[in-house]
Design a protein around this ligand. Sequence first.
Ligand SMILES: C[S@@+](CC[C@H](N)C(=O)[O-])C[C@H]1O[C@@H](n2cnc3c(N)ncnc32)[C@H](O)[C@@H]1O
Length: 281
Amino acid sequence: MTDASTDFDRHEREMWAGRAAAYQGSFAPLCGAVADQLLDLARVTGGKRMLDVGTGPGTLAAAAAGLGALVTAVDAEPSMVEAARLAVPGADVRPAVLPDLPFAAGSFEAVTANFVLNHVGDPAAAARELVRVTAPGGHVAASIWPFPQPPLQAFWGEVVADSGVTLPAGPPRLDAGRDFPRTPEGLAALLRGAGLDAVRVETVSWTHRVDPEAWWSGPANGLSTLGVLMRDLPAESVARIRAAYDRASAGLGDGLRTSALLACGRVVQATTRSRPARLAM
Ligand SMILES: C[S@@+](CC[C@H](N)C(=O)[O-])C[C@H]1O[C@@H](n2cnc3c(N)ncnc32)[C@H](O)[C@@H]1O
């Protein structure tokens, strides 16, 4: 991996470290809103061996278990693994970090990654790994947030602009050579390049209603780009952002529009690891 990918992944490990509860109390319901649709796209049904990658607190894993699937779930962050084990006691939940999954090729008939490919330093390698662990004839389904940002995601930038606070430089960005357009075409090309056949990408839109305190608690506890940047701001700057948030969040009662890109594809032939597995975990 390039240094930029490594920096990006290191930043991700640090951002999520110990933050399962913070995620559950803030952004998890937003990500979970498409859980059932993603399971449908991956053709998860009773008796199928399914893997949920980047499972977080196990929202999709729990829903898949409810369908009677044989659930395995992994996450890079230990506190998420703990939370998912509690949420899905019958599942095999383990720590694992994309793009190196500790499973033999073709181990699963359905593989899901809900808002995970937007958190990895090498999206193409991560997508290839999702395909590698899927059996021929099986399905992979993945979601990401689109760009340009929908109103719900753009909301935070508007709050900061209104606060008058100048944020420091953002966290590491993906290497330009490894990034992909966050559009239906860009996600489809990524998944086709990973070896998936019959790739479909749909844009789903909905209104997400939030409790203002719960929504603020995400960045306040270090989650999201804003949360990472706020960790190093003086208390006075955070207070100004909070005041701007209070002004803006008065209008949150009816919720804000958001959308996500949901993709699926079929595995037609077995693939192998493109490079040796890293042993350290
Ligand atoms: C936005 S959360 C989504 C969690 C869950 N899929 C959901 O729908 O609620 C992203 C998750 O991906 C995990 N993650 C980030 N990078 C990862 C990687 N390289 N390998 C495995 N998991 C990763 C994070 O720890 C976090 O739990």
